[in-house]
Ligand binder design. Structure first.
Ligand code: URA
Length: 210
């Protein structure tokens, strides 16, 4: 077990994930479930955020009350399946700033090529939560995190729903400083780099394509 790997085994997360894995689960239900799981993951991933104390007045008296320290969080959706998790994260952290990164795999070179990127300002001062439901080979996730670092991000956490051991290995070698939060570590990848047993193509299942 990697020291940087956090498996979120909360029973509600596990139950919802099992429903998502079922091939009979409809697009509508899948989308609802990934949003709900996103919220639960967001709760777990943010549970050690630093607080500062500021004086407020309740209707009865003054007190030093805890507030989140520092700049607003930055959520980054790794397109397109990251958008499924993003909804649940935004439900819980509505004032977060949001970035998007789109990458595709060049079929000849197999190198991840960026086709879209838009990030909020002052990313170096924010905790950045990079969202991609499937950590499969880890190549595109690692490439996305490299781009975040090149753009100044210093404090990054990577969040996935399902991970393959191969992806965890690859990603944590490329970014030993970036903790991985995931709801489950599955068995392996198949020859097409799908996670087994997995849940299929996350993007297709969220958006009803295919
Ligand atoms: N991406 C997916 O959507 N599913 C997998 O199983 C692997 C990568």
């Amino acid at each position: 077990m990697h020291e940087n790997l956090h498996v979120i085994d909360h029973p509600l997360v596990q139950h919802k994930l099992s429903l998502m894995r079922k091939k009979s689960t409809s697009t509508h239900n899948f989308r609802t479930l990934i949003r709900e799981v996103g919220t639960l993951l967001a709760y777990e991933v943010t549970k050690d955020l630093p607080l500062i104390y500021q004086e407020i007045e309740t209707p009865l008296m003054k007190m030093d009350a805890p507030f989140l320290e520092g700049k607003k969080l930055c959520l980054v959706s790794i397109l397109r399946a990251g958008n499924g998790l993003l909804d649940g994260f935004m439900d819980l952290v509505p004032s977060a700033r949001v970035g998007h990164i789109g990458l595709y795999r060049d079929p000849e070179t197999l190198v991840a090529v960026e086709y879209y990127m838009k990030l909020p300002d002052l990313i170096n001062q924010r905790l950045v939560l990079a969202l991609d439901p499937m950590l499969a080979t880890g190549h595109s996730s690692a490439a996305a995190v490299t781009r975040l670092k090149e753009n100044g991000a210093e404090n990054i956490r990577f969040v996935s729903l399902l991970s393959a051991p191969e992806g965890i290995e690859y990603f944590s070698k490329a970014h030993p400083d970036v903790p991985i939060y995931t709801a489950a570590v599955d068995e392996k990848l198949n020859e097409h780099a799908y996670i087994l047993p997995g849940l299929g193509d996350a993007g297709d299942r969220i958006f009803g394509t295919k």
